[in-house]
Ligand binder design. Sequence first.
Ligand SMILES: O=P(O)(O)O[C@@H]1C[C@H](O)[C@@H](CO)O1
Ligand SMILES: Nc1nc2[nH]cnc2c(=O)[nH]1
Length: 296
Amino acid sequence: MHSKEQISHDEYQKTADWLMSQTQHRPQVAIICGSGLGMLADTLKCQDSFAYSDIPGFPQSTVQGHAGRLVFGELKGKTCVCMQGRFHMYEGHSLCKTTFPIRVFKLLGVETLIVTNAAGSLADGLQPGDIMIIKDHINFPGLVGLNPLSGPNDDKFGPRFPAMSGCYDKGLRCLAMEIAKQQGVAGFMQEGVYAMVGGPNFETIAEARLLHRLGVDAVGMSTAPEVVVATHCGLRVFGLSLITNKVVKSYEDSECVNHEGVLEVGRLRSHTVQQLVTELISRMEINNNNNTSNAV
Ligand SMILES: O=P(O)(O)O[C@@H]1C[C@H](O)[C@@H](CO)O1
Ligand SMILES: Nc1nc2[nH]cnc2c(=O)[nH]1
């Protein structure tokens, strides 16, 4: 079911054209807010915002903690667009739909994508409340063919066989670490590998042990398809996971993860994430060669 649906170039373009007719903002940076991290959009000045239900072609967000609004605005001299709420495979969306906004952003002239998510930690050194800069990912659905790029390739967006090594920009990762040190939060920040699983259930103990043995530092239910599509169309990507819980790996452990707890940690750490992302956007250099006039 997931690989069959195709979205034509015209459909992405129609949505981009509609947005450009509704706002003067021409974003350079797009931000996707993970569960409980929607407040990132509040930092934008001179906002124009649109409910997903009002945007032609946009899917609808159905998850608690994902408001379902696209917010445009200015942040530290950069024009940004922020998704307050993302789309997950487990909601029943096709992977093309979950990643629909990414190609629209490309057509709007976006150059850099910042993805955030809530994730459970497998690494012993990552505690709830820690922030993991995503160094790389394992896209489990992608490994078995559930990939938003399946089906005929749209050459206007990118190549048939895109490379994914280096898809999380090293320069931005280093800059984020430097900022964390300056902001005094480096003690609870480290780089790691994120793995996407399909969800919506959390992991069994045996699954958690498997992921741990495979070298996964944090696990969640999103992000990888967005990053695959962004990398395919040439966007620079920065990603971070807010660790909201430890994934239970022991049969002796009676703790149980739940979505409310995930949202709560998001709220507790929201200010830190906001400050980090704001400073990163302020200090990142933008290559202004990806404006709407030469976007594919
Ligand atoms: O949108 P993200 O990846 O932040 O959401 C995570 C994964 C599930 O959707 C949810 C579980 O609580 O949080
Ligand atoms: N799969 C998964 N997703 C999460 N999102 C937040 N915490 C978790 C978790 O423990 N597992």
